[in-house]
Design a protein around this ligand. Structure first.
Ligand code: RIB
Length: 297
């Protein structure tokens, strides 16, 4: 299966603290680490590890971080041939605070901002070769809409992970094949926390991840499916959502995108939950991505 990820590449600057500081507060951190990340890159690596042929479309800056990220993605089996290096622009950065079994993230988009319409015009003819196009919301909003419209015209399925949720249009959900917000993102976008009612409106399209409560989806036959999360000792939640999206591809590799019945969907989501749980047990995003044999076990 050929998957195109059109998305973001970041270097994550993660500070570990006992807790997330309050507004206006200064607290001490225990460590500072620079590791590969970015929602697009994380999802690409998770999918590649499971055996999908993954090609990345995005931008890095002409700095050491950009070089390191290209090397990292290549070493993980993700094709970087179409990644553009932007002169005099830094690679994207994510400032992450890890504490309270959770995190906060601030993104400075840098080169990710250059994943724009002119870039898409250069690469879009390649997208027709793919079985699935995967998008997140760390590149310009108009680029995502442009790619989605192109995919619709060319009947290419799209998985859209609306993270971060800021600036996501409600009507985007009508245009994509899979839409995978977490519960906070779903609440902000749809202005409700009645998730069971919400998924009923978008069967087998809207998958809401709910942290330790698992994942919720409505089946075409009318049943609502909740697949519980695996309990773990959480060290760092960075990249858990990305690993879930990436690992959901495993069953799709096995069964294809069509005719996913309840048993297959349960299997797919159980596997993706296990992948997401495993990454929270280690620090960092790409560097902590679980291997298929660990997920299976
Ligand atoms: O989803 C986790 C990712 O969000 C991090 O790797 C960081 O780069 C931000 O993009």
């Amino acid at each position: 299966m050929k998957i195109a990820v059109v998305g973001s590449i970041n270097i994550d600057q993660s500070v570990e603290t006992d807790r997330i500081p309050r507004k206006g507060e200064t607290i001490a951190g225990q460590s500072l680490k620079y590791t590969p990340g970015g929602k697009g890159a994380n999802q690409a690596v998770a999918m590649g590890r499971l055996g999908a042929e993954v090609v990345f479309f995005g931008c890095v800056g002409d700095d050491a971080n950009g070089k390191a990220m290209l090397e990292n993605l290549e070493s993980q089996g993700v094709s970087t041939t179409h990644i553009q290096t932007i002169e005099n622009v830094p690679t994207g950065i994510a400032l992450i605070t890890v504490g309270d079994d959770d995190n906060t993230i601030i993104i400075v988009s840098g080169a990710n901002h250059y994943v724009d319409k002119p870039y898409i015009d250069k690469i879009k003819h390649y997208l027709t070769e793919f079985d699935l196009v995967v998008l997140q919301n760390e590149i310009p909003k108009e680029t995502n809409l442009y790619v989605i419209d192109f995919c619709n015209q060319n009947h290419i399925p799209v998985l859209f992970n609306p993270a971060p949720i800021e600036g996501v249009d409600m009507d985007i959900i009508e245009k994509v094949t899979y839409f995978t917000p977490n519960e906070h993102e779903a609440e902000l976008l749809f202005q409700t926390n009645d998730y069971e009612e919400l998924v009923k409106k978008y069967p087998e399209k809207l998958l809401i991840t709910m942290g330790e409560k698992g994942v919720l989806v409505q089946l075409n036959d009318g049943e609502t499916l909740t697949v519980p999360a695996r309990k773990t000792k959480v060290v760092d939640t960075t990249g858990a959502g990305d690993t879930f999206c990436g690992c959901s591809i495993n069953g799709v590799l096995k069964y294809g995108l069509d005719n996913l019945d309840e048993a297959k969907l349960k299997e797919i989501l159980t596997y993706a939950n296990a992948g997401a749980a495993l990454i929270t047990m280690k620090k960092g995003a790409i560097r902590s991505m679980p291997e298929p044999e660990n997920i299976k076990e």
